[in-house]
Design a protein. Structure first.
Lengths: 315, 324, 315, 324
C-alpha cells in the first residue's frame, strides 16, 4: 500500500518539479509565451493515467504538462518542445499549450477551451470499428463546462454510449474568474444526470480517490455502459498562467489551498503511517534531479530549423 | 456509363468509397435512416449499417468527433446540411482539423471529408443562402472543391475521401435534382486539383466555379450569338487552385472575368484577379469580378433575383469587358 | 371558463387555418422555398402568448408562424411576407423562416437551430438597465437542446438570473430523426437542474396547462428569480417541412397523434361541457374565413420592389 | 494631450463611451473584476458597476446576448479575448448580428461593438496566432477596423461604439504595452472610415494595416537609406475601405505592395490588389502581396519568425518591386 502511495508521490513530484523547471526556464528566457502550470493539480493525472491502457486516448488542455508526464511522455522531449527545440515532441510546433505525443497515447493538449471534448468522442467512436476496445479520456476545466462544444460532446457521447471518461478539473477558477459566479448550480457533476450519464464529485487532491473513480468509469465504458463525468475538485497553487498577479485571491485563500494540496497531504499521510522522512524526501530529491537533468539536456538541444517551417501542411 | 443526376452521382460516390474503404464512416443530421434531407445519402444505412448513422443537431460534436476519429484511422465523411451552419462550429474545422498534421509534424493526420452544400435557392432566407467558400479558402491545411456536374460530383468526392487531408466538398442543392448525365463510375481515383475548360473561346476567359458555371455557360452561349467567343474555365478545385490553367487561358484571350455566387468583397474572385495580376499576364483590359453585391440575401425571389448574378447580367458585364 | 376555452379554440383555429392557407399557397406557387408548419403545436403559442406583456420579448424558430399570430401580428402582413410582398412584415426579406415583427413584440424567427436562445438572453439583459421589467421568451425544439448555443444561453441566463422563459417544443422529432435516439436522457426538462433552474414537463397540447406554467415562470422571472425551462410535449400533425414524405412515422403513429391533438381535444372537451356544436363550428368557420380573406388580400398586394434590394444594409 | 500606451488608449476610449453613452455595457471573459487579461478594461467595473461584468466562457452567449441587447436599445461592447475564439461562435456575428438591420428593413438594429485582438506573438500556438480579418471582411453588414497606434486605438473604438452597426475592432496584444504617445482624448466622434499616410514617398505605395504597419514603417526607413522612397498608407478601417486613398497613392508612385500578417491566399490583400487592378490604375510593375505564407503558425519563435513578415523581408520584396 505505501509502495503505491510512494509511487504516487514520485509521480506527483515529477510533475511539480517539471513545472517548477518550466517556471524557471520561462523566467530566464528559453521558454517564451504564455504557460499554464498545473501545480496543485498533480493528483488528477497521476490517479487517472495509471488506469489507461496503451490503446486508450487522452485529450488534455493547455494545462496539460502533468497529463503528458503521467501518461508516460519523457520529460526531455517535453522540455524541448516548450523551448522550441527540434527534438521537441512536435519539433517546437505545438509549444506549451498545444502539443501532442501520440506515440505515448497522449493525443494532445488544446488551447481552445472545450474543443478537445468532441475530439475525444471521435477517438472513442473509432474504437467502435477498430476492435481496440479503446476508451477516450477528455480533460477540461470547470470553465469549459460552459462552452457549447463540451455540451455537445457530453450529449453525443451519452446518446451513443461512447466509451469516454470526461474529467472536469474543477480548480474553482475560469482563468481569473471564480466559477461560482458563472453558473447557476456550482455542482457541475450534477449536469451529468440531464445527459443520462453518471456524474461524480471526486476529491481531486487525492490520487487514490481519482484512481478509484476513473477505474470505475473506465470499467463501465469498456463494458459498453457509456460515458461518465467526473468533477475532480482541486486548486491551482499558482496563477492561471505564468505572470498572473492573482489579484482575485481571497485573504487566507492560498493558505487554505496549501493546507490541502495533494503532495503535502500525501507526505503527511505517509509520515503518519511511519514512512521514514528520509525516504519521502528522497522521492522529492530524485524527481527534482531527474527534471533538472532533463531540462538541461533539452536546453542543450538545437533549436528547430526555420527551413522546415513550411513542411507537413498537407500529405 | 450510368445516367445519373448530380445528387445520384454523389450517392454513387458514397457507395463506392464505403465499399472500397472499410475505414470510411458516413454521419450527420438525418443522413442515415432518412437518407438525407435531399435524399443524397439514401441506401447507405441499409447497406453499411453501423458505419452510417444519424446525429444530434450538434455541428461541433459532428465535426470534432470526425477529426478525432480521423486521428485514429477512420475516414469520416460528415455532412453539414448547409454551409451556413458550419459557422456554429468553425473552430473544429479551422483550429482543429487544419492543425492536426502540421502541428504534429506529420505524426498525426485528419483524413476527413466534410460534405456540405450552399448558395441561394428561391425563397431561401439570409441564413440559408450564403456562399462561403472564401472563408475556407483562407485556411491553410484544408482542401476545398465545388463540383458542378454529375461527373465531378462523383469524381471529386471520391478523390476527397481518398485524400489524407481534411477536404471540404461544397455541393449545391439546386443541382441535386438536375438532369441525368452519363457518369463514369468506378474509374481510377483522380488526383486532387485541376480545372475544366467547359467551352473554348478566344475573346475572354471567364473563370467560375459551383452552380454559377451553368449560368456562365448560358451567358457564353448568348455572347456567341453576338460573335463574342468566351472561354469558360471552371475551377472545381479551389484549393489547390489551378492558376496555370487560368494564365494559359488569359494569355490567349487577353481578358479575364471571374464569376462567383458569393458576394464580391473578399470573395475568392479577388484572389484569382490578384494572382493573375501578380503574374504580370498582359491584359487588353482590366479584369472584372462578377458576383452578388455586398448585401445579405433576402428571402423574396424577386429581391434575391436582383442580386445573385444571372446569365443576362453576366453576359452584359462580359460584353462590356470585351467591347470596352 | 368556457369563454376562455372558446377563445383558445379560436386562437388555435386561426393558427391552423393560417397554416393551411400557407400550405395551399405553397402548393399553388405564390409561396416558394421551404416552409415549416406548426399544425398540431398550436396550443403552446396560444397558451403562452396571453401571459406576455407588450414590452416582453419573444424569439421563436423557423416554425414560428403560430407564435407570431398568437403574439398579435396581423395575418395579412404575415401572408404578405411569405409571398414576398412589399407589405410583408419585413417586405419579403425574412420569408417564412426568418421574419421579425418588433412592433408587435415578436422579435423574430431564426432559421439557425438554437441561435435565438442567446438573443433572448440579451433582450432580458437589456431589461436590467431600461427598467422595463421585460421578460424574454425563447422558443426552440427538442433537437435544439443538443446545440451548443442553447446550452450556453441556458447557463448564461441561470448564472445571471436573467428573466428568460425557455420553451422547448418537444414534438419528438429533430427534423426527420426521433429525439429519443439523439440523447442519453429523453426527459429534456431534467437538464434544468444541472443549470440550477426549474425545469418542467408540460402538456403542450393543452393551452391551459401551458398558460399555467408560463404564467408561473414569468412570475418567477419578473420577481428576479431567474429563468425556467419548460418542455412542452406535443406533436407535428404534418411533416417537418412542406414536402416531407414522413417516411419515419411508425404504423399507427399519426392516428395516435390525431387522437391527442390540441384542437380536437379542446373541441371534445367543450362538447362534453355542453357547449353547442354549432357554436364550436362557428369558431372554426370564423377563423377560416378570416385567414382566407387575409391570404387573398395579401396575394393581391404588389411584390417587393427589386430596386430596394440593396437598402438598409448599414445605418 | 495625455500620454498613453495603445492599451491605455483603449481603456480611455472605454471610459469615455461609458461616460457619454449610458446605454453602453462592457462584458466578456475576465473583463470586469480582473480588468481584462491584458488590463485593458481596468477600472471600468469599479466606476460603472453593473454595466460591466464578467461572463462564463461562452462566446455564443456573449455575442448572441450582445446582439439581443443591442436590438433592445443597449450598446454592448463585448470582448472576444482572441480572434481565434470567435470561430466557436461565428454564427452569432455572421448569421445573426449582420442580418438584423437588413432583414428587418431597418426596423431593428444591432449597434454592438466586438473588441478582439489577434496575430502572432512569440511562443503563441497555432490556435492563438491567426489574423482573421479577411473572414469578417467578406461579411456584408459588419464594419471592421484594426488600429495600430494609441490615437487610432482611441478614436476607432469611440467611433465604433457610436456607430449604429455591428463593428468589429481588432486590436493586437503586441501593441498594448508599447510606447506612450500623446493621444487627443475627448475630441469629436470621427466618422467611420478613412486611411492614414504614415510616411510619404514617390517610388512605391505600401498599403498595410494592424501591427504590420510598424514593420512596414521600419522597412520603409531602411529603404530610404538606399534611396527608395516608399509611401506607407495605413488603412485602419477595412470596412469601409478607403480605395480612393490607395488609388491616389498608386497614381503617384505607380507601384503597389500590400502587406498584412494574415496568410496570403484569400487575405484582404487580394481584395486591395483586385480593386486597384479593376480600377485600371496604370502601374509600372505588377503589384505584390506580402504576408505570412499559407501555413499554420508554429509555436517556436524561431519557426514563426521564418513565416510572419518582418521588416527585412518586407524591405527586400519592396526593393525587388521597385528595382524590378
Ligand atoms: C473558446 C475559448 N474561449 C476563451 C479562451 C481563453 N481562455 C483560456 S483558458 C481559459 C479559462 C479556462 O478555465 P477552466 O476551463 O476552468 O480551465 P483552467 O484554466 O482553470 O484549468 C480561458 C477563458 C480560450 N482559450 N478558448
Ligand atoms: C445549426 C443548425 N443545424 C442544422 C439545421 C437544419 N435544421 C433545421 S430544423 C432542424 C431540426 C430541428 O429540430 P427541433 O429543434 O426539434 O425543432 P422542430 O423542427 O422539431 O420544431 C434542423 C436539423 C439548422 N437550421 N441549423
Ligand atoms: Mg478552472
Ligand atoms: Mg422537434
Amino acid at each position: 500500500m505505501s509502495e503505491r502511495r510512494l509511487a504516487d508521490l514520485l509521480a506527483m513530484w515529477r510533475i511539480r518539479a517539471f513545472e517548477e523547471q518550466v517556471r524557471e526556464l520561462r523566467a530566464q528566457g528559453p521558454i517564451v509565451g504564455s504557460v499554464h502550470l498545473c501545480i496543485g493539480q498533480e493528483a488528477i493525472p497521476v490517479g487517472a493515467c495509471g488506469e489507461l491502457d496503451p490503446q486508450d486516448a487522452l485529450f488534455a488542455t493547455y494545462r496539460g504538462h502533468g497529463w503528458a508526464l503521467a501518461r508516460g511522455v519523457p520529460a526531455q522531449p517535453l522540455f524541448a518542445e516548450l523551448m522550441g527545440r527540434a527534438g521537441g515532441v512536435n519539433g517546437g510546433r505545438g509549444g506549451s499549450a498545444y502539443f501532442t505525443a501520440a506515440d505515448y497515447g497522449f493525443h494532445g493538449e488544446n488551447s481552445i477551451v472545450g474543443a478537445g471534448a468532441p475530439l475525444a468522442c471521435g477517438a472513442a467512436l473509432a474504437g467502435r470499428y477498430d476492435g481496440s476496445g479503446r476508451v477516450a479520456v477528455s480533460v477540461f476545466g470547470d470553465g469549459a463546462m460552459n462552452q457549447g462544444a463540451v455540451h455537445e460532446a457530453l450529449n453525443f457521447a451519452a446518446a451513443f454510449r461512447l466509451p469516454v471518461v470526461f474529467i472536469c478539473e474543477n480548480n474553482r477558477y475560469s482563468e481569473l474568474t471564480p466559477i461560482s459566479g458563472m453558473v447557476g448550480n456550482p455542482r457541475l457533476s450534477e449536469r451529468a444526470a440531464g445527459y443520462g450519464m453518471p456524474g461524480r464529485r471526486v476529491d481531486g487532491n487525492d490520487a487514490e480517490a481519482v484512481r478509484f473513480h476513473v477505474r470505475d468509469a473506465i470499467e463501465v465504458a469498456r463494458e459498453g455502459g457509456g460515458p461518465t463525468l467526473l468533477e475532480c475538485m482541486t486548486d491551482r497553487l499558482v496563477g492561471h498562467y505564468i505572470g498572473d498577479a492573482e489579484t482575485y485571491r481571497q485573504p487566507g485563500e492560498l493558505d487554505r489551498i496549501r493546507s490541502r494540496e495533494p503532495i503535502a497531504r500525501l507526505r503527511a499521510g505517509l509520515l503518519a503511517d511511519g514512512v521514514p522522512e528520509a525516504e519521502i524526501d528522497a522521492v522529492e530529491r530524485r524527481a527534482r534531479e531527474e527534471m533538472a537533468a532533463a531540462a538541461a539536456a533539452a536546453q542543450a538541444e538545437p533549436l528547430a530549423d526555420p527551413a522546415t517551417a513550411r513542411e507537413h501542411l498537407y500529405a | 456509363m450510368r445516367e445519373l443526376t448530380y445528387g445520384e452521382a454523389v450517392n454513387a460516390a458514397l457507395h463506392r468509397v464505403m465499399e472500397e474503404l472499410p475505414e470510411t464512416l458516413v454521419y450527420g443530421e438525418d443522413v442515415a435512416v432518412p437518407g438525407g434531407v435531399f435524399g443524397v445519402t439514401r441506401g447507405l444505412r441499409g447497406r453499411y449499417g453501423e458505419r452510417v448513422f444519424d446525429t444530434p443537431i450538434s455541428e461541433s460534436a459532428i465535426l470534432g468527433s470526425a477529426v478525432g476519429a480521423a486521428m485514429f484511422g477512420r475516414r469520416p465523411i460528415v455532412e453539414i446540411m448547409w454551409a451556413d451552419f458550419s459557422l456554429v462550429a468553425l473552430d473544429q474545422i479551422v483550429n482543429q482539423a487544419a492543425n492536426v498534421r502540421y502541428v504534429s509534424g506529420g505524426r498525426l493526420a485528419a483524413p476527413l471529408t466534410i460534405r456540405t452544400q450552399q448558395g441561394n435557392a428561391p425563397g431561401a432566407c439570409a441564413q440559408h443562402s450564403q456562399s462561403l467558400e472564401a472563408l475556407f479558402l483562407h485556411v491553410p491545411g484544408l482542401r476545398v472543391c465545388m463540383p458542378s456536374t454529375p461527373q465531378d460530383a462523383y469524381d471529386l468526392l471520391v478523390t476527397a475521401v481518398h485524400c489524407d487531408d481534411p477536404v471540404l466538398v461544397i455541393e449545391n442543392r439546386t443541382l441535386y435534382f438536375g438532369p441525368k448525365e452519363p457518369v463514369e463510375t468506378g474509374g481510377a481515383v483522380r488526383p486532387v486539383g485541376g480545372a475544366r475548360t467547359r467551352r473554348d473561346g478566344s475573346d475572354v476567359t471567364i473563370v467560375t466555379w459551383g452552380a454559377m458555371t451553368h449560368r456562365v455557360l448560358d451567358a457564353a452561349g448568348r455572347l456567341a450569338g453576338e460573335g463574342i467567343e468566351a472561354q469558360v474555365l471552371e475551377t472545381p478545385w479551389l484549393n489547390p487552385f489551378d492558376l496555370d490553367a487560368v494564365l494559359a487561358g488569359v494569355s490567349r484571350t487577353g481578358r479575364l472575368a471571374v464569376v462567383h455566387e458569393a458576394n464580391v468583397t473578399g470573395g475568392f474572385g479577388a484572389e484569382v484577379v490578384a494572382r493573375v495580376t501578380e503574374a504580370g499576364a498582359p491584359l487588353l483590359a482590366p479584369p472584372i469580378r462578377i458576383g452578388t453585391p455586398d448585401v445579405r440575401i433576402p428571402a423574396a425571389p424577386v429581391l434575391a433575383g436582383a442580386l445573385v448574378p444571372d446569365a443576362a447580367r453576366i453576359a452584359a458585364e462580359v460584353r462590356g469587358l470585351v467591347k470596352g
